[in-house]
Design a protein around this ligand. Structure first.
Ligand SMILES: Cc1cc2nc3c(=O)[nH]c(=O)nc-3n(C[C@H](O)[C@H](O)[C@H](O)COP(=O)(O)OP(=O)(O)OC[C@H]3O[C@@H](n4cnc5c(N)ncnc54)[C@H](O)[C@@H]3O)c2cc1C
Length: 414
């Protein structure tokens, strides 16, 4: 099924995955590896989008190791973060130390997400049962009575239908799959949005990725070698107020948080250089219906807090493949099989979202609503007094709750 071929109007497959993000690409790769015919549909022409995290967690790296892909993967340019530092006012603190994790890689790898997804696409292409179709946007679900039986897809060559034994919604926070399936969404609320911008980087700048909190402002700076990818946190809906104050005032705020950027701050030439990313935290009450299962952000939209959404999406994909690959190999997954995926992944989802909500409501909202210079809360100061305590946040961020492992059914079939 190369991109150059004229698309037939109806394609049949065992599993059709809507969305080529971390959840969809990992699941597509794993099912194809187990010998199951799978079509992954991605609406964009490539994976080059800015609004995605760059974090590959120790638990995801462990999965790569179990798949025999780790060495190849780590050849791609990346940075390794072995501890997480935070700066509040002038005070700096190590908040998480990954060096004691029971994983092969005791670091978070920072790699642009498009490189990670490209890598999975390249690996997937080794299997004849893996079909990635880019520029293919799911626009509707197809139903056979009560059962979802496929999707309608918009492509540059016109609309096509993909018929499948199972449709997976892995199409992210604004999932059309979950909307069309009318699955009930529980909105957990997110009081923040993020302004996303890039400013060039000089060799004389500090090397680390860093979170900074000061005088009512929060900013995270990701080191992408030639430039800084900056995530500036604002109260939800606060963009109009920021724009009303003017671009100069905004540039001043950014340079105040990272003074070494002052000589380049004019790179933010217009508001077009600053993108608004809306943050949502929600989850489906039921992730499935006959013929359909949602995973990743489509099942539970994650806040950027803690940088754990990608990891959770990957872990969902591994659990789904572990549970459903044997069912595919012996027939078609039943509604009970789909429920088993939700049952396995609901607890990690609830626990992770609970933690994100505590941080966004108790820390971020307070910082953003205050003009005073903040201090580290006493709980975090304990991390300085007893460094071994840093292992707990490292475990939560680095491995997540209930890390998944590659099961026997996912062994290579060629
Ligand atoms: C501002 C921001 C920063 C973040 N930073 C981090 C971070 O640093 N680390 C981290 O772990 N998490 C981060 N997150 C959370 C993380 O991005 C998500 O949890 C994670 O990407 C979810 O993966 P996914 O595969 O489920 O969905 P997504 O990554 O959203 O992927 C969905 C894919 O589906 C495609 N798609 C959508 N609709 C259709 C359609 N109709 N047809 C076909 N394809 C479609 C999209 O183009 C996309 O490629 C951040 C979130 C935000 C909002």
């Amino acid at each position: 099924m190369s991109q150059n071929q004229v698309a037939p109007s109806v394609i049949r497959t065992r599993c059709c995955i809507a969305g080529g993000g971390p959840a969809g690409m990992m699941l597509g790769y794993l099912l194809a590896r187990a010998g199951i015919d799978v079509v992954v549909l991605e609406k964009h022409a490539d994976f080059l989008r800015d609004f995605r995290g760059d974090t590959i967690h120790p638990s995801t790296l462990e999965v790569m190791h179990e798949l025999g892909l780790l060495d190849e993967f780590l050849k791609r340019p990346h940075d390794q973060m072995r501890q997480v530092d935070g700066q509040v006012g002038d005070e700096r603190l190590t908040m998480a130390d990954f060096s004691h994790l029971p994983t092969r890689c005791k670091f978070i790898a920072f790699m642009p997400q498009w490189d990670f997804l490209d890598f999975l696409a390249e690996q997937g292409k080794r299997y004849p049962t893996f079909h990635l179709r880019q520029k293919s946007e799911v626009i509707a679900l197809l139903n056979d009575g009560e059962r979802v039986s496929g999707v309608r897809v918009k492509t540059p060559e016109g609309e096509i239908e993909i018929r499948a034994d199972l449709v997976i919604g892995a199409d992210g926070r604004h999932s059309i799959v979950r909307e069309q399936a009318q699955l009930a969404v529980q909105n957990l609320g997110a009081p923040i949005d993020v302004l996303w911008m890039r400013i060039s980087r000089k060799d004389s700048d500090p090397p680390q990725t860093l979170g900074r909190i000061d005088n009512g402002h929060i900013m995270v700076m990701l080191n992408r070698r030639e430039y800084w990818q900056c995530a500036y946190v604002i109260p939800k809906g606060g963009i109009e107020e920021i724009k009303a104050a003017g671009l100069d005032a905004f540039r001043d705020e950014i340079a105040g948080l990272a003074p070494y950027l002052r000589d380049r701050i004019s790179e933010l030439a217009t508001w077009d250089d600053i993108k608004l990313l809306t943050v949502a935290v929600d989850r489906l009450e039921q992730w499935h219906k006959p013929g359909l299962l949602c995973i990743g952000d489509a099942a539970h939209a994650m806040s950027p807090i803690g940088g754990v959404g990608i990891n959770l999406a990957i872990q969902d994909a591994v659990a789904t493949a572990n549970l459903l690959a044997p069912k595919f190999l012996n027939g078609t997954p039943t509604q009970d099989d789909l429920a088993a995926v939700q049952e396995r992944r609901m607890f990690p989802t609830r626990a992770t979202q609970w933690m994100q909500i505590q941080i966004q409501d108790r820390v971020m909202s307070r910082v953003l609503g205050s003009a005073q210079r903040p201090n580290f809360p006493w709980q975090l100061k304990l991390l300085r007094a007893w460094p071994w305590l840093r292992r707990w946040p490292a475990r939560f961020v680095g491995m997540g709750v209930r890390p998944e492992h590659i099961g026997a059914a996912l062994n290579e079939k060629r």
